[in-house]
Design a protein around this ligand. Structure first.
Ligand SMILES: CC(C)(COP(=O)(O)OP(=O)(O)OC[C@H]1O[C@@H](n2cnc3c(N)ncnc32)[C@H](O)[C@@H]1OP(=O)(O)O)[C@@H](O)C(=O)NCCC(=O)NCCS
Length: 153
């Protein structure tokens, strides 16, 4: 198995079960996915993004190993995760690159992620910096301290 077996494309409604299986494995990394009700609401959110063609996935044999939600209206990345067994193979980089191609070229792109020093946040912060995002405002999301990162066009 190698990265060349992974396909990057827009997610489809038929991907939802496999998508949510991936989310289940990373839910502890994300505020707002604590309860069964949170997960049910998140599933509906993902379905909404899939319908709006604003969900990118990485597939290995029809299994979702990477997931990215983005907002065309906000010019923002909203959710990003790669299966732990598939990290450091440039899958997140390819998914973000795919989404950047679908976002308006004249607007900055923002994302909120872990603050410096937050447990588990090192990968995401290193990743966004490597993708050209710069550190911005400290804020909160679902009651958790986070930081905005912005990629200038
Ligand atoms: C953050 C995350 C999506 C990165 O996915 P990934 O597919 O492993 O990332 P990529 O392979 O595309 O990484 C590209 C570059 O980012 C940097 N990077 C990624 N992970 C890193 C890590 N753990 N430590 C240091 N740098 C890292 C490196 O420069 C890497 O290039 P290299 O491997 O050639 O050195 C993944 O670690 C993840 O799902 N984490 C848990 C969930 C999460 O934190 N999501 C984001 C919350 S907003």
């Amino acid at each position: 198995m190698g990265t060349n077996t992974v396909e990057i494309r827009l997610g489809e409604l038929a991907d939802i079960d496999s998508w949510m299986e991936l989310v289940e494995t990373v839910r502890e990394s994300f505020p707002g996915l604590e309860t069964r009700e949170d997960m049910e609401a998140h599933r509906n959110t993902v379905l909404e993004f899939l319908r709006r063609r604003s969900a990118v996935c990485a597939l290995q044999d029809r299994k979702v190993v990477g997931a990215l939600l983005f907002s065309r209206e906000e010019s923002a990345l909203c959710f990003l995760a790669v299966d732990a067994a598939w990290r450091r193979q440039h899958i997140a980089e390819k998914m973000v690159g795919y989404a950047l191609g679908l976002l308006p070229p004249e607007r900055d792109i923002s994302v909120t992620t872990y603050r410096e020093g937050a447990p588990g946040g090192a990968a995401a912060r290193a990743f966004y910096k490597q993708m050209g995002f710069q550190e911005g405002e400290l804020t909160e999301e679902f009651g958790s301290p986070v930081q905005v990162f912005t990629r200038k066009r």
